[in-house]
Write a protein that binds this ligand. Structure first.
Ligand SMILES: *Cc1c(COP(=O)(O)O)cnc(C)c1O
Length: 494
């Protein structure tokens, strides 16, 4: 290519790149007019994109390749100075990652008026590190500032360790835990001018804590701190924090977004122009893109193209899967809530849950108002995550847990197969008893994520495992178990 549209040298590449970017901008605007399911199915992979770059392949290809070749030194120079879109080296960018990132940016930005962008990471934990560490750097204008960050204490066990050990203990950065995230006064008293970011999980894993994200965003912004939300459990099918004032969302793509369970992946999704007292202008203008091109380029927590395409493929049916898993979980939660061997069930979909009303203001199945049968009204859904506490000792709980025959014992969630874990001895083991008490994770708590099986079969498995705690005697007197509502109908149907 000696000349392009009358331009030579590096200019011809800049001209061609501008055309490509304009084309993609047009495709993005068109996609933003579409409904959630359409975005999930197509994303930014248009026929034009397929025919121009991918031999017409209707499915986004795996680019299992480390780097891109350039036509000449001009193109190389333009690419490596980020003046044109490039796949230069897969740690930084890759076409498979681009298709994955662009669809997730659109899904998390669905219904939000502003633009969003996404940076894929090698895991959910890498996403959390990527989203938080840039805010903890030394401020050259104020190198002795004593900084802090504020986070709900009800977070994923790995997040707790990253904050309490990697950041607070090892680096001496003050971590201020919010113990009752529904208490806005507590947030207000802990966020100050030295708070570099505010962090929360919605709903939390495994405790199902929930807080008013709009109010917390206002409190964070009043002190010039960005609000970062872990949206792993609900996924954009139920909740889109960016449209409620959050600046950045992190995803363990490993979980709800990819029910199939093929591997580990993560992502950081941000809105343009985030609120932050701290950091360079380019970081605030487009945080996810800044991560991609600078800190994550240098730190290297990139995602494999294989995992990007597998994740992308799972995400196409996100809405319908989250709907199904939520309905199944609701049925199982209602069954357990009336079970005599259960001390307590935590599921946001149960009316008796203290946070039911608050969660109901935020957790809707996306686009459900457009389903003819819902007559213009959005429908609440509460996701696949629930926890319950077994009546009796920690040992009784383990006995019940060991008795499950179809529900998998695994520290996983959001799977198409039902999985359960005892958080106190698994995901939340390392943080110690005191921290578990603070986060309310007792040894008789079981976290259950209901999958795509028929809920009657999940209920039957739980029921037999609960009965087995005290031997088989009770199995002969099922009349002592009162099962209410939908679940008794389902049991009868079996
Ligand atoms: C699993 C999980 C993470 C960590 O994600 P990985 O992909 O396992 O690194 C973070 N947050 C939540 C809520 C999780 O459930």
């Amino acid at each position: 290519m000696n000349e392009y549209k009358g331009k030579t040298g590096i200019d011809k590449y800049l001209t061609a790149a501008q055309e490509l970017l304009a084309q993609r901008e047009k495709a993005k605007s068109a996609m933003r007019e579409c409904r959630f399911d359409t975005i999930a199915v197509h994303g930014m992979y248009t026929m034009e994109e397929a025919l121009n770059f991918n031999q017409g392949a209707i499915i986004e290809p795996f680019y299992m390749c480390s780097s891109q070749a350039y036509r000449d030194s001009d193109e190389m120079e333009a690419a490596l100075s980020y003046q044109i879109p490039t796949w230069c080296y897969s740690r930084i960018a890759n076409p498979s990652l681009y298709y994955f990132e662009s669809v997730l940016a659109l899904l998390e930005g669905y219904g939000f008026s502003g633009d969003t962008s996404c940076c894929a990471t090698s895991s959910g934990m890498a996403a959390i590190m990527s989203a938080t560490d840039p805010f903890l750097n030394v401020d050259p204008k104020n190198p002795n500032q004593k900084i802090n960050f504020v986070s709900t204490c009800q977070v994923y066990g790995g997040t707790f360790q990253q904050f309490a050990v990697r950041k607070a203990q090892e680096r001496g950065i003050e971590c201020r835990w919010i113990v009752d995230s529904t208490d806005l006064g507590e947030w207000e008293s802990k966020i100050d001018e030295n708070t570099r970011f505010v962090y929360g999980e919605l709903p939390s894993n495994p405790g199902l804590a929930f807080f008013d994200v709009k109010d917390v965003a206002k409190l964070a912004h009043a002190k010039g701190a960005p609000l970062i939300i872990d949206n792993t459990v609900g996924s954009p099918a139920l909740l889109r924090p960016l449209s409620h004032g959050a600046d950045i969302v992190v995803q363990s793509v490993t979980k709800t977004l990819t029910t199939s369970g093929f591997g580990i992946a993560g992502a950081v999704i941000s809105r343009k122009d985030i609120v932050s007292n701290f950091g360079p202008d380019e970081m605030k203008a487009d945080f996810a893109m800044y991560l991609k091109t600078l800190p994550n380029r240098d730190n290297g927590q990139s995602l494999s193209p294989m995992n990007a395409i597998l994740s992308l493929n799972d995400m196409r049916t996100l809405r319908s899967k989250v709907d199904m898993l939520s309905q199944n979980t609701q049925t199982v939660a209602e069954f357990l809530a009336t079970h005599p061997m259960i001390e307590r069930v935590d599921y946001l979909g149960l009316e008796s849950h203290p946070l039911h009303e608050l969660a109901s203001r935020y957790m809707f199945l996306v686009d459900s108002e457009h389903d003819a049968k819902n007559a213009g009204k959005p429908v609440n859904r509460y996701g696949h995550l629930m926890s319950f506490r077994v009546k009796g000792s920690a040992l009784d709980t383990r006995k019940m847990f060991d008795g499950m025959q179809r529900i998998w014992r695994a520290t996983d969630l959001g799977r198409i197969k039902s999985v359960a874990t005892i958080p106190a001895i698994s995901t939340h083991q390392q943080q110690g008893e005191e921290a578990r008490e603070m986060a309310d994770i007792p040894p008789n708590m079981v976290r259950l994520c209901v999958g795509g099986e028929h809920p009657a079969d999940v209920i039957a498995d739980l029921d037999q495992a609960l009965r087995a705690i005290h031997g088989t005697v009770q199995a002969q007197v099922p009349s002592t178990f009162s099962v209410g509502g939908a679940s008794s109908a389902i049991l009868a149907e079996k």
